[in-house]
Design a protein around this ligand. Structure first.
Ligand SMILES: NC(=O)c1ccc[n+]([C@@H]2O[C@H](COP(=O)([O-])OP(=O)(O)OC[C@H]3O[C@@H](n4cnc5c(N)ncnc54)[C@H](O)[C@@H]3O)[C@@H](O)[C@H]2O)c1
Length: 213
């Protein structure tokens, strides 16, 4: 049975994974705890503690073997090598996501793109031919998709989330500003750049306040 990890550790391991994958893409074979710490903002002592906790060790003076680290973290997080994704909305944003070259490098494949506009059905976005939204349930089952992305206007988002839930999608990335209602077994992540900005601005204001006092 898979060990249950603390959410904090899972979160940090995900950051080490992303950073190490990026360093591998830049041609690196090894990575140190200091580098992982610098890129993720996590103390290197904590990095070493976390990697020790999952039974992964490095070599003094060399660091951690990057490929082995990626495999070890993927394994402990229970990540598959690739995930097929269902994307709904072949507009500006959806087309940009479908054309992304970064996602497939990280094992996320935009396998199906759906839209309701008959003018868009049959067009190609990225490498994918746009299908009608009515085909979602069948395609999701065939490609074993558990991740869905919503890039429609806000007015369509809840309907699309309902279709995804009925099709057994388990994780939804919601790019609209709608608060979606889904059953508890479905995980919704709202991609909201303003939340990130507000978080950053809070710390900026705090720092400015401290400088002024
Ligand atoms: N979070 C972010 O960073 C971010 C950034 C840009 C846009 N957005 C949001 O993403 C969404 C898409 O933006 P856009 O600029 O690509 O819009 P867009 O109008 O270019 O594209 C929306 C697409 O959704 C399709 N659509 C509408 N109803 C549908 C339905 N019921 N089923 C399937 N497809 C349907 C449309 O035909 C269209 O192709 C908007 O809600 C926008 O506010 C979020």
């Amino acid at each position: 049975m898979r060990t249950t990890l603390q959410p904090g550790l899972t979160n940090r391991l995900t950051k080490y994974l992303r950073t190490t994958q990026q360093l591998i893409e830049e041609g690196r074979d090894a990575v140190s705890s200091k580098e992982l710490g610098d890129y993720t903002g996590i103390n290197p002592v904590q990095v070493r503690r976390d990697l020790n906790a999952i039974g992964f060790s490095g070599t003094r003076g060399v660091g951690y073997q990057a490929y082995d680290l990626v495999e070890a973290v993927r394994d402990i997080l229970g990540l598959r090598q690739t995930y097929n994704i269902a994307l709904v909305g072949a507009g500006n944003l959806g087309s940009a996501i479908a054309a992304s070259t970064i996602l497939p490098k990280r094992g996320f494949v935009i396998h199906d793109v759906f839209d309701a506009d008959t003018d868009k059905i049959g067009r190609t976005v990225g490498n994918v031919v746009v299908k009608h939204i009515d085909e979602l349930a069948k395609s999701v089952a065939e490609a074993e998709e558990i991740i869905g992305i919503i890039a429609t206007p806000a007015s369509a988002a809840q309907h699309v989330a309902d279709l995804m839930t009925e099709a057994n999608i388990r994780v939804i990335l919601n790019y609209t500003d709608v608060l979606l209602h889904v059953p508890s077994h479905v995980d919704v992540h709202r991609i909201d750049p303003t939340a990130q900005l507000m978080h950053t601005l809070y710390y900026l204001t705090q720092a400015e306040g401290q400088e002024a006092s």
